[in-house]
Design a protein around this ligand. Structure first.
Ligand SMILES: NC(=O)c1ccc[n+]([C@@H]2O[C@H](COP(=O)([O-])OP(=O)(O)OC[C@H]3O[C@@H](n4cnc5c(N)ncnc54)[C@H](O)[C@@H]3O)[C@@H](O)[C@H]2O)c1
Length: 463
């Protein structure tokens, strides 16, 4: 259908204005477009590659090819602490806010004089994320996608950064996401407008600056945090501590206030210290649940899979290397004796691989020569880990990933190992398994450095 002139003259309205208060506009004369009739036949790719929920028990990495086709995943089951809308509130909401939904529920579509302008105002709202100070925060109901795919609500904090932008794009591609909130202290309107044009199911909204943090977080199921400064050449991850510790504390205080039941994927470095910082913040607010706080170490696993596959001469998708300990230098401990498929390496190969996996971040920092640290591979890793969390939250079984979590596997309070993900987060911390002599020596070195980083994080919040 040709676009009418009126369609290009939309002035975005504030999203937080009550829908019923929208003024009639010239748009009310726009013809109502009927949605095309839906075929009951699933698309070819959906039939070839059904969503994981239809496959029974999934293997640990059910989708190394983890971008499933845009299908209709099962709606997330009710969560104990989330208020679910009753059928009457949904119907009332549909009548008020969505003529399309109202028509779907009640048969023929009744054109309403104000309906087109309401629809256009809603569509345009993501382009105008500014809210006046004191404006009411979004309620969970207002965060629910209207006309979008059923699924989970995900917030990315630091969404305009080097990791945040490609991560936002990848999460917009994830069919398990129905609402995607992009928060940063700069540039979110542009990133949000750009990403919102992708024709995938998730509804995208942008939030800019500290006064919009609460609105960005309210009602979220999963919060992914890549906010903070990246490493420059010559810097260690601990050099980032002072800047990033404060950023993580502020953002986690927001999570505790607005979505205390959300699962948090923490990316900001130094992860070895920022996870203990987040834990202390949640403890102080009385919302700490260790299962829901996950430090993202997937990039170490992704690198290990790639480098080991290079040595073995196989496809990285067929390789799985457990990486334990932490996420900095010698605390990154790849367990090459436990590689899947079972493989043996010479002593020289073990030293080369361990060194390259431990220093993969430095390899990228130096190659970028001052322009930042790993962003694209990190976004890939974070999207892969986020997808695993969402599938687990949906109820898929057998999802095992490495993550840096509260743990009793060693004497340290936090440690990265394989964890079994479930609806509540890290539901089971798996043991280290048998280590060879080289790995036992590496473990002792890792624990010594980790212990200091953990204490530094705890002390930061309690000083
Ligand atoms: N866990 C890992 O494996 C891993 C890998 C690579 C990088 N990182 C870390 O991820 C972080 C981000 O890296 P990057 O390359 O994307 O950096 P970047 O500078 O490109 O982006 C960081 C973003 O965070 C935003 N930000 C700063 N303060 C904020 C605040 N208070 N609230 C919200 N957003 C805020 C910035 O505006 C920026 O857009 C760094 O700490 C980096 O060290 C972690």
């Amino acid at each position: 259908m040709n676009r009418t002139k009126n369609e290009t003259q939309v002035v975005p309205e504030r999203r937080d204005e009550p829908v019923a208060a929208a003024e009639p506009s010239p748009h009310h004369r726009l013809p109502i477009r009927r949605p095309p009739a839906r075929s009951h036949r699933p698309p070819d790719n959906a039939r070839r590659n059904p969503p994981p929920s239809t496959r029974g028990n999934s293997p640990p990495f059910p989708s190394k090819n983890y971008f499933p086709p845009e299908s209709h995943p099962a709606a997330p089951p009710p969560r104990a602490n989330h208020r679910q809308p009753t059928s009457s509130t949904v119907a009332a909401h549909s009548r008020l806010a969505s003529p399309c939904l109202a028509s779907a529920a009640g048969g023929a579509m009744q054109p309403d004089a104000n309906a087109p302008s309401r629809r256009l105002a809603r569509v345009a709202a993501h382009l105008n994320p500014q809210m006046e100070e004191g404006a009411p925060a979004l309620r969970p109901a207002a965060c629910r996608a209207k006309g979008g795919a059923p699924g989970f609500k995900v917030a990315i904090l630091g969404a305009a950064g080097g990791i945040g932008q490609p991560l936002s794009m990848l999460m917009k591609m994830n069919p398990l996401v129905s609402v995607l909130h992009l928060y940063d202290v700069v540039n979110t309107p542009g990133v949000t407008a750009d990403i919102s044009h992708m024709d995938t199911g998730a509804v995208v909204r942008g939030f800019l600056g500290a006064q919009q943090l609460d609105a960005a977080l309210t009602g979220m199921d999963l919060v992914i945090i890549p906010a903070g400064l990246p490493r420059k050449p010559g810097m260690t991850r601990d050099d980032l501590f002072n800047k990033n510790a404060g950023i993580v504390r502020t953002l986690c205080e927001g999570v505790a206030r607005c979505c205390p039941d959300a699962i948090v994927n923490l990316i900001s470095n130094p992860v070895n210290s920022t996870v203990p910082i987040a834990a202390e913040v949640f403890k102080k607010s009385g919302t700490y649940n260790p299962k829901r706080l996950l430090g993202v170490t997937t990039l170490d696993v992704v690198r290990a899979n790639t480098f080991v596959a290079e040595v073995l001469g196989v496809n990285p998708r067929d390789v799985s290397v457990p990486v334990v300990g932490g996420h900095a230098g010698v605390t990154i401990l790849p367990l090459l004796s436990q590689v899947t498929p079972p493989s043996s390496f010479t002593q020289e190969e073990i030293k080369y691989l361990t060194n390259r996996i431990q220093n993969g971040g430095t390899e990228v920092v130096e190659a970028k020569a001052g322009a930042g640290s790993a962003t694209l591979s990190m976004a890939f890793a974070a999207a892969k880990f986020g997808d695993a969390c969402l599938r687990a939250m949906r109820g898929d079984a057998g999802i095992v990933e490495c993550a840096y979590v509260a743990s009793e596997v060693t004497e340290l309070p936090f440690f990265a190992t394989k964890v079994r993900l479930g609806r509540a987060g890290a539901e089971e911390i798996l043991p280290l398994g048998p280590l060879n002599e080289f790995e036992r020596v590496g473990l002792e070195a890792a624990k010594k450095e980790l212990s200091e980083s953990i204490q530094k994080g705890i002390a930061f919040v309690n000083k």
